[in-house]
Design a protein around this ligand. Sequence first.
Ligand SMILES: [Cu+2]
Length: 114
Amino acid sequence: MTLGRYRWVLAAVSAALLWWGAAGSPATAATPDPSSIVVKDFMFVPVSLTVKAGSTVTWANMDDEPHTVVSDTGLFRSGSMDTNESFAFKFDKPGTYHFTCSIHPRMVGTIVVQ
Ligand SMILES: [Cu+2]
C-alpha cells in the first residue's frame, strides 16, 4: 500500500519535471532562426537584420519571381535565385551592410553585424 502510494507520487513528480523541462528549456527552439531573411512580395523580410559577428545569414526566395542579393560594396553577390532557392553569407566583421536585388533595385535591405 505504501509502496503503491510512493510510486504514484514519484510518477507525479516525474510528470511535473517533464512538463517543466518541456516548457522551460527549449524556448529558443520555438523562435524562428534570427539569421534568415525571406524574399517575398518583392521585399526582404525583415528589411533590417541585426546579427552577431560570425553569423551566417541566409536569404530564401519565397517569391514567384527570381531575385538576387547583391552587396552595395561588392562583398557578396548571389546568383539569380529562383523560387525556393537560397543564398548564404557569413559576416565576420562588425559593420552595416546594405544590399539590393540587382533585378529590382527598389528592393533594399540592411544587415547590421555587431
Ligand atoms: Cu528582385
